[in-house]
Ligand binder design. Structure first.
Ligand code: FAD
Length: 305
């Protein structure tokens, strides 16, 4: 989303979002090979020239002028091209999330208590996804039932969450996540990385999907310019990499600060009380929180939770 635009947040299920993206890509002329796993690269004279992989029709080798690794945070393309990791802050927080039915309140609610954060986001099919973020050292015991017990009791300990979930049912096994905060070099000879493949961060700031879309938009323009011959490929990819790094660095730092889950400071709580009393300040706060505006001072939420 462009800086300065009005905040709007959505929490679609991946099943719904991915289906929309696939339908739109096909409508625009893209050819999709489903259940096709990239397992290797074609390389000539140090330049990536395509991929090898396997799918329902067996193994295949596909040639390309540029291979775009948009294959997520455990990117096979990034690993195979040995894209250098330029920064790795490790795992700073852990998350558990589950889907609930029958939550009466359909608004978004975010609650911080000590070093834990809880968010309730309405999603598709009348469900609400409820996430719990907590420091890595608070790891629940092994096994699915210990995980579920830790998750439910952490939610029930917070009175306003307990009230919001009164009469609601947990309809999924809680899922766990522990995401490294790491950035990779964006491009090299014949390859380029987009979305989580090139930079991934803790879900606490809920910015990864917007960032992946922003990468895709800038990269599509750069590739269009290069493939239509108006600029050289190297120049186009360098431009994309510079834009990506400029746009993402503040959000990366801000996410890492959030993921450290430091307790609120008195000064921040005072600022928050003043913000709550001013409608424009509330809009600016929400815009920054959801990524419509880059944080002007990455430390503003650093003392917060
Ligand atoms: C628990 C959790 C909660 C999150 N919550 C939010 C949130 O609320 N809001 C938000 O914005 N972000 C959130 N994120 C982050 C968000 O999911 C990612 O930032 C985003 O999905 C990145 O998009 P992507 O397209 O780069 O990668 P992905 O969405 O990971 O897509 C990668 C695709 O590549 C495919 N793939 C992988 N390997 C191969 C291979 N070898 N060959 C072929 N295909 C391959 C995968 O199947 C997948 O379809 C969350 C992440 C986690 C873990």
């Amino acid at each position: 989303m462009a800086a300065g635009t009005q905040a709007a947040t959505y929490a679609p299920r991946r099943t719904a979002l991915d289906a929309l993206l696939v339908a739109e890509a096909r409508a625009q002329g893209a050819r999709l090979r489903e259940r096709f796993a990239v397992t290797g690269l074609l390389v000539a004279d140090g330049q990536v020239t395509g991929v090898r992989g396997t799918g329902p029709d067996g193994p295949a080798a596909l040639r390309a002028r540029v291979v775009v690794g948009a294959d997520g945070r455990n990117s096979t393309v990034a690993r195979l091209v040995k894209s250098p990791v330029v920064e790795d802050r490790g795992v700073l927080a852990r998350s558990l999330y589950g889907y609930w039915s029958g939550v009466a309140e359909r608004g978004v609610r975010v609650v911080f208590r000590g070093r834990r954060g809880i968010s309730l986001w309405p999603t598709n099919d009348g469900l609400t996804v409820v996430s719990l973020v907590f420091p890595p050292e608070e790891a629940p015991g092994p096994g699915r039932s210990a995980l579920a017990e830790f998750y439910v009791s952490a939610l029930r300990e917070v009175p306003e969450v307990e009230r919001a979930l009164a009469g609601a049912d947990l309809v999924s096994q809680p899922q766990a996540a522990a995401v490294r905060n790491a950035r990779r070099q964006a491009y090299g000879p014949g390859w380029v990385l987009a979305g989580d493949a090139g930079h991934h961060k803790d879900p606490v700031s809920a910015q990864g999907i917007s960032d992946a879309f922003a990468d895709a938009e800038v990269l599509a323009d750069a590739l269009d310019a290069a493939l239509s011959g108006s600029v050289g490929l190297d120049e186009a990819l360098a431009g994309y990499a510079a834009a990506r790094d400029a746009q993402r660095l503040d959000t990366f730092n801000y996410t890492c600060e959030q993921a450290e889950l430091r307790p609120f400071g008195a000064e921040f709580l005072d600022d928050l009380a003043q913000t709550a009393a001013d409608e424009q300040a509330v809009a600016a706060f929400v815009n920054t929180f959801v990524g419509c505006d880059a944080p002007s001072d990455a430390s503003w939420l650093g003392e917060s939770h």
